[in-house]
Design a protein around this ligand. Structure first.
Ligand code: HEM
Length: 419
């Protein structure tokens, strides 16, 4: 069967004949995902190692660590061209490593690698430390905050926006515009009009920056990309713009989301907070565990490139797959007592940054550094805190998941509570 002609009815029939569960697993529209996205994805392990969802355009779901990893490491067998498997109307894709296949994928990864290398991340660490220190001091003075808006979204922006050629003075507006697509789906934007408008707004921000850097290069990411070549030719303005769009998109919300999930958990863990203050060495492992236990990108998509039999199921070229990284990260065969956040867990074979294949998160070191610095600097200033009223807690669910707000109160009064 040729690419793209496989129908969801055909895939569903194959699932039924293989005895695989067929269910309506619908991250885009089912409200349970908004209440508790990670819990809902984790619970899907009970449905099966592989199952078929009739939601949206129909897709296979994989919940086991071993198979998620195997698929992630096989770009010849599974394509990245579609990154929104579970959407009814997938948004437009960009020139991004996230949706390129070999050999083009490696060319783009090679271009962005120096921007996110260990040396580049080390250079950004003092800026991250200063940003967290100032933000934590502000929170200490005020005695309370919306951790999501006042802390988690601000840190990655303060570390990375200027690198992207964008002014920090417009951080709030840029964050709001950039995060808007994650709030839109078939329920609140059925014909994709709002999504198209949000995407074009980010585009026009970068159009200005790229045109300006073409005239007057600066020491930032757009200027660097404009100086690069691919296949022996310079990158076009359009390619630079799309890469900038991708880097901004991948760098803000994911890290902020992990920060918020981690602090939601830490707020109910006085013992762990004491360990952080007494032995800051624990923080490195704690951050690994946060990315395992609270993965901000809990599901990734792949498309089958050629017919194949996998674990007794026939997959055909063009079949859509959704890999449940959050469920794989709770696989008890790989992570004993998976619900337990254990900074000493070794080795950290989790899939929170992807399954170790060529698409593994390009910004893992940057994200890890920002999380580590946040935990270290915050606990130097604020060791006691608890959650505020969570009755309005809800989540945005897209490729990334994120809570909309997280009220946090400084001091020990009140009853610490975390889900
Ligand atoms: C805690 C924060 C973060 C998490 C949990 C995270 C997680 C992920 C995951 C799961 C993937 C997909 C892997 C796959 O498809 O196999 C990914 C891809 C990617 N991430 Fe991150 N990420 C984070 C932060 C960042 C940051 C700070 C950047 C910086 C720019 C970044 C840049 C990227 C890029 C460019 C890709 C596409 C890589 C490719 O397909 O080759 N991420 N990330």
């Amino acid at each position: 069967m040729s690419q793209g002609t496989v129908t969801s009815a055909d895939a569903e029939a194959r699932a039924r004949s293989a005895g695989v569960p067929v269910v309506d697993f619908d991250p885009e529209c089912d409200p349970v995902f908004k209440d508790d996205p990670l819990g809902t994805i984790l619970a899907a392990r009970q449905i099966g190692d592989i199952f078929y969802s009739t939601a949206a355009r129909g897709f296979w779901v994989v919940s086991r660590h071993e198979l998620c990893r195997e698929i992630s490491q096989d770009p010849a067998g599974y394509s990245n061209r579609e990154t929104f498997t579970f959407y009814r109307n997938p948004p437009p894709v960009f020139q991004s490593p996230a949706n390129l296949d070999p050999p083009d994928h490696a060319k783009i990864r090679r271009l962005i690698a120096p921007l996110l290398s260990p040396a580049a991340v080390r250079r950004l660490e003092p800026r991250a430390r200063a940003s967290v220190a100032a933000i934590a001091d502000e929170v200490l003075e005020r005695g309370a905050c919306d951790f999501m808006a006042d802390v988690a979204l601000r840190i990655p922006a303060e570390v990375f926006l200027e690198q992207m050629g964008l002014p920090l003075s417009r951080a709030d507006e840029i964050i709001a515009t950039r995060l808007l697509p994650g709030k839109l789906n078939a329920s609140n934007d059925p014909d994709g009009t709002l999504l198209a408008a949000a995407v074009s707004e980010v585009r026009s921000m970068f159009e200005e920056v790229v045109a300006e850097r073409r005239r007057r290069p600066a020491d930032d990411v757009p200027s660097y990309l404009l100086s690069q070549t691919v296949d022996g030719r310079p990158l076009s303005d359009e390619e630079v713009l799309q890469l900038c769009h991708t880097l901004l998109g991948t760098s803000l919300g994911t890290t902020a989301s992990t920060m918020a999930f981690l602090f939601q958990w830490l707020a109910g863990q006085p013992e762990m907070r004491r360990r952080i203050t007494d032995t800051p060495e624990v923080v490195h492992g704690l951050v690994d565990e946060a990315v395992r236990r609270f993965p901000a990108i809990p599901m990734v998509s792949r498309t089958v490139r050629a017919d194949r039999d996998v674990r007794g199921v026939t997959w055909k070229e063009g079949d859509r797959l959704l890999l449940l990284l959050a469920a794989a990260n709770a696989d008890p065969d790989v992570f004993p007592a998976p619900a337990h956040v254990d900074p000493e867990r070794r080795p950290a074979r989790h899939l929170g940054f992807g399954g170790g294949g060529p698409h593994r998160c390009a910004g893992a070191l940057l994200a890890h550094m920002e999380l580590r610095v946040l935990v270290e600097e915050w606990h130097r200033r604020i060791a006691d805190y608890h959650l505020g009223d969570l009755s309005d807690l809800t989540h945005e669910v897209s490729v990334a998941v994120r809570m909309t707000s997280l009220p946090l109160v400084v001091g020990t009064a009140g009853v610490p509570s975390a889900r």
